[in-house]
Design a protein around this ligand. Structure first.
Ligand code: C5P
Ligand code: MG
Length: 163
């Protein structure tokens, strides 16, 4: 009988909201007066999912594979990094079974972009849409996220290996 091995990984990320940068979350550009500061495109959602995926696969973390000191990743499309991380997990026999993630952002509302973000992320992970869940929250005015200075993202990725 075929045995299935499941593994889960957790990911978290935070990036500052700053002028003069695009706001890209889940690979989708969201119109807003501020954007995310960072070396790559600073897509905190893609980064949290990438870290969760790498964690589940036992492959360390995003900074080990895509260092923010490497000019190759300057303004990089983080969805492509996520795609590469999924490829590394696949090379170990793991397929993505499910993703659940939360973005915490005071403004703007992300609801109107949910389906576009799910579409981009699911496509990168070769995952049916119903296996990729995205949730959005404010920080109710508290802390740096609540003051509108940052965006935070959390993710859990479940991998499955058939063996
Ligand atoms: O944080 P709060 O519970 O007030 O968020 C209420 C709802 O607003 C969330 O469940 C989510 O659907 C939506 N939301 C959003 N974009 C955000 C924050 C919250 O669409 N940046
Ligand atoms: Mg990041």
């Amino acid at each position: 009988m075929q045995q299935r091995e499941y593994r889960s990984g957790i990911g978290w990320d935070i990036h500052p909201l700053v002028p003069g940068r695009p706001l890209i979350l889940g690979g989708v550009r969201i119109p807003f007066e501020l954007g995310l500061g960072g070396h790559s495109d600073a897509d905190a959602l893609a980064h949290a999912i990438t870290d969760a995926l790498l964690g589940a696969a036992g492959l360390g973390d995003i900074g080990e594979h895509f260092p923010d000191t490497d000019p190759r990743w300057k303004d990089a499309d983080s969805v492509q990094l996520l795609r590469q991380a999924a490829g590394m997990a696949a090379a170990r026999g793991f397929a993505v079974a499910h993703v659940d993630a939360t973005v915490i952002l005071e403004r703007p509302k992300l609801g109107p972009y949910r389906e576009a973000m799910r579409g981009r992320l699911a496509e990168a992970l070769e995952l049916p849409l119903e296996r990729l869940s995205l949730k959005f929250k404010t920080a109710e005015g508290m802390g740096p996220v609540g003051k509108g200075s940052a965006v935070e993202a959390l993710a859990v990725v479940t991998l499955v290996r058939n063996g």
